[in-house]
Design a protein around this ligand. Structure first.
Ligand code: SAJ
Length: 414
């Protein structure tokens, strides 16, 4: 498996392409974004991921990795393009996968393998095969219900499960699920990933692999929702939820996660909806978890506003509120789909308080928060009347919150 074409050079596609190239494969990465293509061809990266730039630079310098706007014929095609929602009801939008299918279909030759990595609803791999087959009636393609019948083209669904911030390390060491449409497709896909994966390559079929990816993130979402629900109940009962969870977790078979300001990122807050959308009558806990986690930021806003109202009745005309943390999780600079950004946006629209934004991992506020003031932790701690801790950044852990201010601790630092 010498020549590999990777579609989508984002958070998953680029590290994967670079890793194949780093291990000797001849890789062409394809993206519609000219800026991304140009940046990568200079040996640089357009995303933030520790350790990735070094690998990309080496691979570009030794000629194993090249970025392009259009694909070239390869032995293996990997697809890592986005699968966003179409509208309010969380219907998955497979149009990027469709566009890639149409671009790669003319290049296919007997014996090639097509691997879908994009997080997808169950059945997406079969839909992709339908698009490929429509464009190439001269070739045969595998069928889900005929796993022993071989076809001209091998097809598999192989989700990634790497943690943003640890991608380089986890790509190599994580076990991987390899879901072939046929048994032979599974074997071929295992050969592809064996190029750099040191973890186990777990064989299954395409539907189970699709559902496994969604299940992993839904599982974490449900666990976090449980913690978030406990935090709201505990607040009402005047119990410290962090102590409560710590104590409960001493039970040998209990392992509760941590409550927070909500669930952010591009995976856990998104993937469970693929299950709910496809199984609206059956996916009850999964839907409830999404709703609980999506509502947590509004609960935090209510708590902050209650403190604001309290200070106003004490005569402070416009209390100063410091919001600590904007990233979607601790110790990263990624603000996308962040509950803290949502809270900041809502608080900036409120006239009754002045809002200071503290995020030590960035030096410029995003457009949506431009009306806010990026403030140092020191200044915020000196001037604010109310401090709301929204993200558990390491910098905040070393701060003394034993001060004469109202503190709302959404992440259990205090
Ligand atoms: N969070 C909590 N409480 C916790 C743990 C997390 O509130 O106890 C919050 C975080 O603050 C954050 C959100 O959940 O807002 C998600 O963070 P995360 O670190 O749990 O996960 P992600 O989104 O960075 O990456 C997840 C991972 N999935 C699982 O752990 C099951 C990763 O392995 C996947 O590859 C990734 O989604 C993905 O791409 O799907």
């Amino acid at each position: 498996m010498k020549n590999i074409c990777v579609f989508g050079l984002g958070y998953i596609g680029l590290p994967t392409a670079a890793m194949f190239a780093h291990h000797g494969a001849n890789v062409v990465g394809v993206d519609v974004n000219q800026h991304a293509v140009d940046t990568i061809n200079q040996g640089k990266i357009h995303i933030v991921e520790p350790g990735l730039e070094t690998i990309v630079k080496k691979a570009v310098d030794n000629g194993n990795l090249k970025a392009n706007l259009t694909p070239v014929h390869s032995d293996a095609y990997l697809i890592a393009v986005p699968t966003p929602f179409k509208g309010e009801d969380h219907t998955p939008d497979l149009s990027y996968i469709q566009a890639v299918s149409q671009a790669l279909a003319p290049l296919l030759e007997k014996g090639d393998i097509v691997i879908l990595e994009s997080t997808s609803p169950v059945g997406a791999t079969e839909q992709m095969v339908a698009w490929l087959a429509e464009a190439r009636p001269d070739l045969t393609f595998p069928k889900y219900h005929e796993p022993d019948v071989e076809a001209d083209i091998y097809v598999a669904y192989c989700p990634e499960r790497v943690l943003p911030g640890k991608v380089v390390e986890e790509l190599i060491s994580n076990d991987r699920i390899i879901g072939g449409m046929t048994k032979e497709s599974t074997k071929k896909a295992q050969e592809v990933y064996r190029i750099f994966v040191e973890g186990e390559l777990l064989a299954t079929n395409s539907r189970t692999a699709e559902m496994a990816k969604l299940t992993e993130n839904a599982s974490r979402d449900v666990s976090i929702a449980f913690a978030n629900e406990l935090s709201i109940i505990s607040d009402k009962l005047d119990i410290n939820v962090w102590e409560l969870i710590e104590l409960a977790n001493h039970h040998p078979r209990v392992n509760i996660l941590q409550p927070g300001a909500g669930v952010g990122g591009h995976c856990i807050a998104v993937d469970p909806w693929f299950i709910v959308n496809q199984n609206p009558d059956e996916a009850k806990i999964i839907r409830a978890a999404r709703e609980i986690n999506d509502n947590k930021p509004n609960w935090v806003i209510k708590k902050i506003n209650a403190e604001v109202d309290g200070l106003k009745t004490q005569g402070i005309e416009k209390p100063i509120v410091a919001l600590l943390g904007l990233a979607f999780k601790p110790n990263i600079d990624d603000l996308r789909e962040s509950p803290a950004v949502y809270i900041a946006r809502e608080m900036l629209d409120i006239d009754s308080a002045e809002v200071l934004l503290v995020e030590p991992n960035i030096d410029k506020l995003p457009k949506t928060l431009e009306s806010g003031k990026l403030t140092s932790l020191k200044e915020a701690m000196e001037t604010a009347d109310i401090v709301a801790i929204l993200v558990g950044h390491a910098q905040f852990k070393h701060t003394d919150f034993n001060i004469d201010k109202a503190i709302i601790d959404a992440v259990g630092i205090v």
